[in-house]
Design a protein around this ligand. Structure first.
Ligand SMILES: Nc1ncnc2c1ncn2[C@@H]1O[C@H](COP(=O)(O)OP(=O)(O)O)[C@@H](O)[C@H]1O
Ligand SMILES: [Mg+2]
Length: 287
């Protein structure tokens, strides 16, 4: 009896500590254990409490650094999205200057067309900037019925001025409306045209051709270039964020494009042959 009593007396506090240890969570706030007596168990409890506080501190630091790196990611993404429309805008303005200086007949008509494209790109920029500063996140998508033929034409007008590159718009005259976010579609086209032009930097007879086709409930917009192509070994990586083969690339373009296409209930695929060229197929859900 006495032996049982004594052993219970010794094990009870250990049990208590064991229970406390069991409740310790790495991802939640933990309570310190209080133990009045200055015995061996008291020493153990002190050690435990010390460890708990250190744990708390490193958990807080980890959370903070995770937040900071999330911010860095976001900043990179915003920087990419802001840089993205600048290329077609610059090309469009250069075209406009040339037209103004020329003796062309229908100046007004052409300038008007280019201005439309420019205004769309500027709206896009200001959307990104204000959404970022208002909510510290990328703009929320607004899905609606879109006349994609217009968006294609406006974007092509701006990119047409790239030197060494011809752009052929072979899309059907009558296209079905699709479901999407207008700003996102402009960004998607910008990204694909920019990649295509960059892939043709080393050739003089660069051609980008755009075709459309309806397959079941999708309108497929295909953009083909005759640039350097994507080596088979790299093909599975191109949608991975930060994968880039360019010294000044971010590797974010296609990752963002894929995300946006999936968000619109669509999809993106591609075919590519090294030194022959690449085709990206955009699947848009028809309205
Ligand atoms: N049209 C294309 N022709 C050849 N390679 C391409 C094409 N589009 C994309 N790529 C490849 O995919 C990679 C990722 O593209 P992207 O995500 O837009 O990032 P970035 O353009 O910043 O490199 C590019 O670095 C390039 O190697
Ligand atoms: Mg790119």
């Amino acid at each position: 009896m006495i032996a049982v009593f004594i052993s219970n007396k010794i094990t009870a506090p250990l049990k208590f500590i064991q229970e406390s240890f069991k409740k310790t969570r790495l991802n939640a706030k933990n309570n310190l254990i209080s133990w009045d007596k200055k015995d061996e168990i008291g020493a153990l409890v002190n050690e435990y409490n010390r460890m708990l506080m250190a744990l708390q501190k490193s958990a807080e630091e980890l959370a903070k650094s995770e937040k900071e790196s999330a911010w860095r990611e976001m900043a990179k993404q915003v920087a990419h999205e802001i840089k993205n429309p600048l290329t077609p805008m610059k090309l469009g303005l250069q075209h406009m200057l040339r037209i103004i200086e020329s003796s062309q007949e229908n100046k007004e008509e052409v300038i008007k067309k280019i201005s439309f494209g420019l205004i769309e790109q500027i709206d896009n920029l200001s959307n990104i900037a204000s959404a970022f500063s208002d909510f510290a996140k990328m703009p929320q998508a607004e899905y609606e019925e879109i006349n994609i033929g217009e968006l294609i034409k406006n974007t092509i007008v701006l990119f047409k001025q790239s030197e060494h590159v011809k752009i052929e718009n072979n899309s059907d005259v009558l296209l079905p409306s699709i479901i999407g976010d207008k700003n996102q579609i402009i960004r998607i086209l910008n990204n694909l045209f920019r990649n295509a032009i960059q892939s043709m930097e080393d050739i003089d007879n660069g051609v980008i051709s755009l075709e459309t086709k309806t397959i079941n409930e999708f309108l497929v917009v295909s953009i083909t270039d005759n640039g350097k192509g994507i080596p088979a070994a790299l093909q599975e990586k191109i949608f991975v964020p930060y994968f880039t083969t360019k010294s000044s690339g971010t590797g974010l373009g296609l990752a963002i494009v894929k995300n946006m296409m999936l968000g619109m209930q669509g999809n993106i695929r591609f075919e590519s042959l090294e030194n022959k060229g690449t085709t990206f197929h955009l699947y848009f859900k028809t309205a």
